[in-house]
Design a protein around this ligand. Structure first.
Ligand code: SF4
Length: 332
């Protein structure tokens, strides 16, 4: 299917996902609302960064886009077709177009399979028409694309470093020729020096193969480095969505501002000009969310109405979308 001018590649509408969690011996199971009414689009060839603390729903969102988790409400419209309403063979064929890279490279690779078998695995289910020689040729070509020597095809995961293992994970995601890759914390488990190599590789592959990326991370400075737009999640809801530079230089939501307070700024003059208050306290349990604005228990700008009414996600002129009653007074 071809993409019409201006049409998003992916449109997520009103996505909600809950889990029932055990209440212990004497209490009934309780509902954990992992995602609540999430809507956004992803344009062809852009990188959308998704950021937030652990427990904010980032990974659940990534898996729900791929239908590895099935949301209860909402739509995930891929090139005009709702994946949530899609099943069986039709969904299987769509999976060729949308792939995922996981956080812990070594843990996500089967230790009993050779690198060649791991990279070729998606071909067996998603491109069964290929014969053995064609599969081997695709594996060699994809290994070269991620700067791994095809001579290493018969080695096992434990023989590779963390950075090399993540290249194997990227090759496995690339081999079916996807249009969109969800990168779920792809560098969090790696040393800082290796992180830069993997980020550069993703940027290179995006450019060369015309990929679109959703880049999930708890680290706003990493997300900023790679993203065209950034979406900030807090307790399963979108609190801010804006162009990457705009969000970084003029954050409007108090949570975004708190996340940015911990990001070092190389230019001391600009750093002095930013009056950002850091995060205080722990993120509340997603099972017992505060009334009104979920961020109010940690927000330095909170006022009485924040406990009563949940702020809607509003379009802010020349910025993006922000869910805060006080966005007019905060930052510009
Ligand atoms: Fe803070 Fe109130 Fe805005 Fe929530 S709505 S972020 S509590 S100022």
């Amino acid at each position: 299917m071809t993409i019409r001018e201006g049409e998003p590649l992916l449109r997520v509408e009103g996505l909600s996902k809950s889990f029932m969690v055990s209440g212990g011996m004497f209490r009934a199971p309780r509902e954990l609302k992992a995602l609540q009414d999430i809507s956004f689009t992803v344009r062809p060839n852009e990188t959308l960064g998704i950021v937030g603390e652990s427990g904010c729903g980032k990974s659940t969102l990534g898996r729900s886009i791929l239908q590895l988790l099935r949301p209860e409400l909402g739509r995930v419209v891929w090139l005009g077709q709702d994946l949530v309403a899609t099943r069986g063979e039709v969904l299987r064929k769509k999976r060729k177009d949308v792939q995922i890279i996981f956080q812990d490279p070594l843990a996500s690779l089967n230790p009993r399979m050779t690198v060649g078998e791991i990279i070729a695995e998606p071909l067996r289910s998603l491109m069964p028409e290929l014969n053995g020689a064609e599969r081997r040729a695709k594996v060699a070509e994809t290994m070269k694309a991620v700067h791994l020597s095809p001579d290493m095809v018969n080695r096992y995961p434990h023989e590779f470093s963390g950075g090399q293992a993540q290249r194997i994970g990227i090759a496995r995601a690339l081999i079916t020729g996807p249009k969109l890759i969800v990168c779920d914390e792809p560098v969090s488990a790696l040393d800082v020096s290796i992180q830069a190599q993997i980020l550069n590789l993703l940027a290179e592959l995006k450019e060369r193969m015309g990929l679109t990326l959703i880049f999930i991370s708890h680290n706003l400075s990493v997300v900023r480095h790679v993203s065209d737009r950034i979406m900030v999640l807090y307790l399963g809801r979108v609190v801010e969505l804006a162009d990457g530079e705009q969000l970084y230089l003029h954050p409007r939501h108090p949570y975004t501002r708190a996340l940015l307070a911990s990001v070092p700024i190389p230019d001391p003059r600009r750093a002095r000009g930013r009056d950002l208050k850091g995060l205080s306290g722990e993120i509340p349990s997603p099972i017992d969310q505060p009334s009104g604005c979920a961020f109010r228990t940690r927000c330095p700008y909170a006022v009485a109405p924040c406990a009563e009414v949940r702020p809607p996600l509003e379009a802010v002129p020349n910025h993006g979308d922000v869910a805060c009653h006080r966005w007019r007074e905060i930052g510009e």
